[in-house]
Structure formats: structure tokens, C-alpha cells
Design a protein around this ligand. Sequence first.
Ligand code: F6R
Length: 638
Amino acid sequence: MKRWNETSNHKPPQSQKSKPPLIIIMCGIVGYTGKRAAMPVLVSGLKKLEYRGYDSAGVAVASQEGILIRKQSGKVAGLDQLIHDDPIRATLSGSHSGIAHTRWATHGPPTTDNAHPHLGPNGRIALVHNGIIENHNALRDRFKADGHTFHSETDSEVLAHLIESHYQGDLLQAVTQALREVEGTYGLTCMSADELGVLVVARRGSPIVIGLGDDETIVASDASAIITYTRQAIYLDDHDIARIEGSHVDIRSLDSSSVTRTPAEIDWSPGAAEKGGYEHYMLKEIFDQPEAIRNTIRGRIDTGRGTAILSGLNLTPRELVDIQRLLIVGCGTSMNAGLIGEYAVEDFAGIPAEVEQAAEFRYRNPIVGSRDMVLAISQSGETADTLAAVREAVDKGSLVAALVNVVGSTIARETGRGIYLHAGPEISVASTKAFTSQVSVLLMIALKIARAHRLSREEGIQIAQEIEKLPELVEAVLASNDQLAEVAAHYAGYNNAFYIGRGYMFPVALEGALKLKEISYIHAEGYHSAELKHGPIALLEEGMPVIALLNEGPGQDKSLSNVAECKARSAPVLGVVTQGDDEARQACDHVIEIPSCPHYSAVVPAAVALQLFAYHVARIRGCAIDQPRNLAKSVTVE
Ligand code: F6R
């Protein structure tokens, strides 16, 4: 298994000077050059990137006749049909190099004109671009004064004009010169009708992965689009520019000096990025969880010594003892996982841990002590606020580690130490398997810190054994999927819901509510069970179901009293209860059972039960489960 300090993608934090701004568009890029017909590779690549969220799509291929572009607002399936119906289909499908894009509108609405690829003024250079060119207005004015006409409102079209203005037969040279004039961020791929088979790609602040095949190269903004073809990939660093022709890749920096980047193995199987026969990626990913957690913990638990082996953290026991506080930052689901980490670190290790929204941490000038460790959690490794929080912590001189799923992502590259989840690709916008893998790692981190601080070997062994049981706990919940679907049917008609929990189950209540609201559009809020009395109770009535986390553990008696208060106000109650706990069962209208286990590991089966519950509610309501409205997988904008 790859460790953080073993991956070729890891590098020390960049200097402040070289850091790009953090405003990046959430779009998808695919490029192809090689032995195959480019069009099917491009379209299938776009389909793999659909999960990111987009509102228009386009492709361009290069041929003797010049560059042919097909693009339109709407889905990739519509673009595919457009290409299929095209009278010049033979030319379109005969080309062996091309570029493609899915766009999420920022500069200008999602129209066909604004969709990428964009052409230079003579139609000889085409470009797809993620990011924002901040000086696009000044450049546009300059070109307009020179008589250029623009067909879109995008900053990207201006960049295409800039590149073509520098073109004198060498695309790499033209892109390099253009990018020296650019302020802002980019992940780009472009090609010229005068250099058939050549792609030039560049990165500053927006990811570009180069997939190395046999006599072919597939480039993309994320690995999902390339793993069907190859697992050998180069992740570009900021300021890298590469010229690609067939399988030949020449990487330079902005000053034209040659750069060596070692290829990394993408350890996702092609099938892992497919739905695998499930109706939705979300359901597949929920069912992936036993395997995902096994992959996450494999080789990382030393049961005999009652500790975790997390070499990516790169900390000796002496350094672990020196850690006096853990500051956890993240957004959304990742932050909810962080809250469970807070409980576990304090519980096992007896040192303070705090969780903060990354967006808050980055702007409020946080106090970070010399013996604090900042832990950033991000599935994608690209979330703008979490990345900015990492940079803030680095600038404050603190020890920074990250917990990331996507290998080679920006957060992974900018933190000197960390742990990969190895949960496999998470395609569904709603995060599921990343959450339970994050929790598994956080329990291991807590165990490791705790062993250095105060936990005995015997206690450590017990916790290590419980962590190893997590996949089985998940399997037990998945086995009750059909019953869960039946229970969900009772709740799919409501428009509001409360989730309540205490102790370790409080973050699970937050996560359960987040899952339900994002995929079913039911207004759902998570509260600490005790907080109900301080306001939310005013809303309890028969139309306000309460999902109560009631598993065995400290405070269960109090939670049962909270449930009685809900029932007294006619609120329907769905309890997540421990198998065989009749008292809890009788307190509720419906129950979902989870296996008996310590409260710190019960969070995992409880979260899985709530994921399935949300999934079935959303399915019954006919929602677009994998691509909920207004959401994108990777939130690289502030
Ligand atoms: C919810 C969800 C989001 C993400 C959040 C952070 O299901 O997926 O709340 O958890 O946008 O994303 P990452 O973990 O990629 O930093």
C-alpha cells in the first residue's frame, strides 16, 4: 500500500510566492492523442466526468481540414447525439487527436457559445480551460482594439486568442509565452490545426493528469476519465506545461526549463469507476464500504501492539507525545467525520481536539500553537476552503497533515504528511464511502496518538480489534437494505425532518441530515438531542419526523427521554437502535437496527444506515440522486 511519504506525488509545501489564487471553476477536461479515433475516447471521458456537475459540453478534433468543434448546452448524451447525427461524421470520427470539456458556468450563462472548446481568431487553435483568467478584461480590450471578434463571454476564449497571437509554428512555445502574460488560474489543454497529433497542457491551480498509454496519451482534469485506458499517470504541478504527441510527453516549466515528473500508479480498477450494476453510483458506493474500509485499514493496524501504523504521518512516538492539541479542518461531510475524530482523540488520547469549518479557519486568523497539529480532511483534496486552511496553517508554521482520498490532489501535494483513504473513486456527489473511510482513519489516528500519550497496550489492542471489525458491522447493515427501503417509504412523504444524537452520535445526526437534504431535498436538520428543548422543539408536530440515534452507550437513557418528548408532541420517531434493544425499539414508531459494538465504532454502521435511508427516500421521491441540483462533486470555488 502506498504511504504518503512513499508517493511520488508528494512534495513539500510551496513557497507563498508561487501559490496560485484559489478561485477555480468546477469543470472537466479530457484530451486524447494517439492510435485510436479520438472522438469515442473524448466522449466516454466526458461521461466519466459527468459526476462533477456541469451545464454544457463540447469536443474539438483536429484534422487536415482544420479544427472541428461540436458543443452545446446540456448533457453529454445530447452532445453524443449531435456528433452521431452530424453530416461530417466521417471527418469527426477519423481524427486521432482532440480535446473535450464539461463546463459549469461562471463567466456568462451556460449557452452553446460559452461552452468550450474555444477557438483563436483564425480558428487554428482550440482550447479547453478550467480556472479563471483574472486579467481577461484587459486582454480582451487589447485584442478588440486590434480588431478581434469574440463569440463568447468567457475568459477562456480570450486565452485562446492570446495563445494564437503568439503562435509561430510551435504550440508549446505559444502557450508558454501566453501564460507568462496571464494572471489567474488554469488547467488547460489545447491543440493546433498546424501540428496534428500534438496537445499542449498546463496547470496552475487547477488539476491536470496525464495518463500514459501505449502509443497514446489521455489527459484529464481527474483520473476517472483515464483509468479505462491506463493506470500510469503524471500529475502536473503548478506552472508545468507539457507538450504531448502520441506517447511522448515533454514537460517544461514556465521559464522553458525541462522538468521531470515521476509517473504514479493509479490504484483504481477501471470497474471501480463504473456503477457496477447498481442503479446509482451512490448505492454502489454505499455497498462498496466494507471493501473500502478494508482497503483503508489494511496494513495499518498492529493488533499485537495495540496501535496503528500510519507512516504517512511521519511522526515518531516522541513527536506524537509533543502534540498537545489537534485542530481538524474540513467542509461538509469531511467536517462531520472530523467531529467524530475530535471525540475519539479526546476519548482515547486525553488531549484536546477541535474541529473547525475550513472556511472559518482560513479567514479568522486562528491561534495555532507550536505543539498543535492541524489535520485537514478532504475526499477530493481540491476543496478551495480546505486548501486555503492548509496554506494558512503552513504559513503559521504548524505541523500540518491531511487525510485525502484522491492521490496526487492539491491538498495531498501541499502537505508534507498525511494518509490516503484508499476508498477508491467516489463518483456520486453525496459522499458516503469517503465518510466511513475518513472515520476509520480518524479512529486509527486517535489510537496512535493515544498510545503515545496515555492508552495502555491492552486498551489499544481492544480498540484496534474493534476497528478491524468495522467492515463486518457495515455488512450487517447492508444486509438489511430491503427493510431499510420499507422503512424509508414511511418517511418519503414528509418535507422536514430532525436528526438527533448525543456523544459520538451527534456528528452522525449532522451527517444523516446532510445526506437527506442534499439528495432528497427534504429540509433536514441535525441537533444534539439535548438541544431540542432549546428551540427546535417548537416545531415538533405530526408533520415533523425525528430520526433518533439511540444505540447503547453513555446517555442512552437521556436520549430515550428526548424521544418521549417528541412522541408527546405527535412527531413520528424513527430510531437507529442496537439489535435486541427492546426498550429503545418500543420507544419508536419504526427502527433501523445496527449491531452491538462500542459507541466509537457504532458511528460507522449508524452512518451507513442513514445513508441508505436517505438514498431510498430520494429514490422514492424520484430525485437525481447522483447529481443533486446545485451541487458539484469538487467544490473548488469559495
Ligand atoms: C456531502 C458532500 C460535501 C463534501 C464537501 C467537502 O455529501 O459531499 O459536503 O463533503 O464539499 O468535500 P471534500 O471532502 O472533497 O473536501
